[in-house]
Design a binder for this molecule. Structure first.
Ligand code: TYD
Length: 135
């Protein structure tokens, strides 16, 4: 199993009116949410991500459709399909991620522990591997 990664299961309130998932910062997810973004309208064959973060924590939820996430901690690799809005993928720091096989209706919601900061990104896979070996 890739380090610093886990699946979170959110409580889902299902009644005759439909389903509702509520996410509470510092509770349902293990950090205070400072930023939310979502990715949608990704065309067939597109692969995105290709980075890790020095410190940022994130939770990814595919709220509609499906997407596959490749995860890599510098020694192990794993692919996870997200296709359930009641499950979140927690990614801690220093996890290389690539996102692909988006269904045409996929909406990938991401909650992040910090504001957008380009200096926290590692976009070179070789640099990422070197840094994980040093830790
Ligand atoms: P990018 O990091 O390339 O997305 P991905 O990792 O999914 O391939 O981001 C795409 C664009 O969106 C880029 O111009 C930067 C911008 N962006 C923000 O302005 N704020 C954000 O929080 C994020 C994640 C991206």
């Amino acid at each position: 199993m890739v380090k610093n990664v886990r699946i979170l299961e959110f409580p889902c309130y299902l009644d005759r009116f439909g389903s509702l998932v509520a996410i509470e910062a510092c509770d349902t997810i293990p950090f205070d949410v400072k930023r939310v973004y979502y990715i949608f309208g990704v065309e067939d064959g597109v692969r995105r991500g290709f980075h890790s973060h020095e410190a940022l924590e994130q939770v990814l939820v595919c709220v509609h459709g499906s997407v596959t996430i490749l995860l890599d901690d510098g020694s192990e690799r794993e692919e996870i399909v997200l296709d359930d809005p009641t499950k979140g993928l927690y990614l801690g720091h220093m996890v290389w991620r690539e996102m692909f096989d988006f269904s045409s209706d996929a909406v990938l919601l991401v909650m992040a522990s910090e504001h957008y900061d380009t200096s926290d990104y590692i976009r070179d896979y070789k640099v990422f591997c070197r840094q994980t070996q040093r830790r």
